[in-house]
Design a protein around this ligand. Sequence first.
Ligand code: AHR
Length: 492
Amino acid sequence: MEKYLINPNEKIAKICKDIYGNFSEHLGRCIYEGLFVGKNSDIPNVNGMRCDVVNALKDMGLPVLRWPGGCFADEYHWKDGIGPLESRKKMINTHWGGVTEDNSFGTHEFFELCNQLGCDAYITGNLGSGTVQEMSEWVEYMTFGGESPMANLRRQNGRQEPWKLKYFAVGNENWGCGGNMDPYFYSNMYKKYATYVRKYSDDNPVYKVACGPNAEDYHWTEELMKNARRMMNGLALHYYTITHDWSRKGSATEFTKDEYYTCLRKAYKIDEIITRHLEIMNRYDLEKRVDLIVDEWGTWHDVEPGTNPGFLYQQNTMRDAVVAALSLNIFNKHADRIRMCNIAQTVNVLQAVALTDGGDMVLTPTYYIFKLFKDHMENTLLGSYITSGEAGTQSDRLPALTESASMDESGVIYSTVVNTDADSAKAVKCQVADSEVKAVRAEILTGAIDAYNSFEKKDEVKTAPFTAFEKTADGFTAEIPPCSIVKFIIER
Ligand code: AHR
């Protein structure tokens, strides 16, 4: 029997709700069709935002949404997306399928979406192909309440008051699609652009995010921290889980057990990557003022057969759910230094939480993980530890069990335990230090490693009550099924 210890006396950090954020780009069918269908659509919508997806994301508790890209952000010119629809410029989305972007979803529509979702806004500015003036004016347009050319233009377009812009990134992947810069050049550019990202009011200070490293590029982090740390609030890491490599990523739904473990081993690596980037950041920032952000993460599989390769549309199985749960447990465990994470992407792109087909919508196993984990938001991360052997093959090994535990203000503990083993259940004995446990409830997401929800079978994978446990005086004993994620709610 594995031992699982939770210590409510060890209060580590507050788990910022923004760790549960999403990312939505003008890519494939994410914005258009996935979130926005336009006011004249037959698909039920409010001001153009489709009701089914908005309601699902609200239920999931989405706290923050990143927009407009991604690679798209560094070729997006925000003034093309404001004003009367008929006069908005059309452009080519060169990164993603070469399709026409008609700019019908722009700044006003994005804030309308955030308003309907009840979530905060995270916008990425164009450093790669835009000017300092353009970026500076966008921030003025969104956040200045007084009399100025941009604030007046906003009013002319129908919005009196400034919006609340919580986060603003100065470029995206500027080591790659955002301009192919080296870290010295980017850190100077960052400082130049960030200088003009002004704070227009004390109530609406813009939290500035610098482009961070690609996966294991520790040199990038070192140089950014050395040269530009004083002007940033957060540094944004990107890490994708790719089962094989960029030329042959592997199918989202048809994979072997070996490939399941390869994928999980690669997902689990983000813990080491985060730890090493934080070690570098902490060396330059003894006060730990600059937060780590992971504003793109998730699985990247081959597109579904027959779909546009530039649209990055993939299905989503229990394997993806395990990746999401492993990752969220890791982010929780780093809550003292991680402020925000944004899974790529919300709808119809990469590791989406929802898929749509015309007016139809299906929720993915990843969606159910976000819903299961949402109780952790804003709770206090507790010290916890689980013993566990390893799962996997000879070459792809990772812990069989991972977990994180948090406590809300009334002292209730939420614990999310993942069993990565594809075949074996794990017996666990949980003890909560210095506690008399009054009641335990639990919920599970489980299924075959390649189980998924399709438009024909929407409920193949969904959460269910979990009862294979026994409450003890100071915790519980449980049998965690293979390939499953269980949330325990522990009342004391
Ligand atoms: O999420 C898809 C793309 O992946 C983003 O546009 C880019 O930032 C990253 O390379």
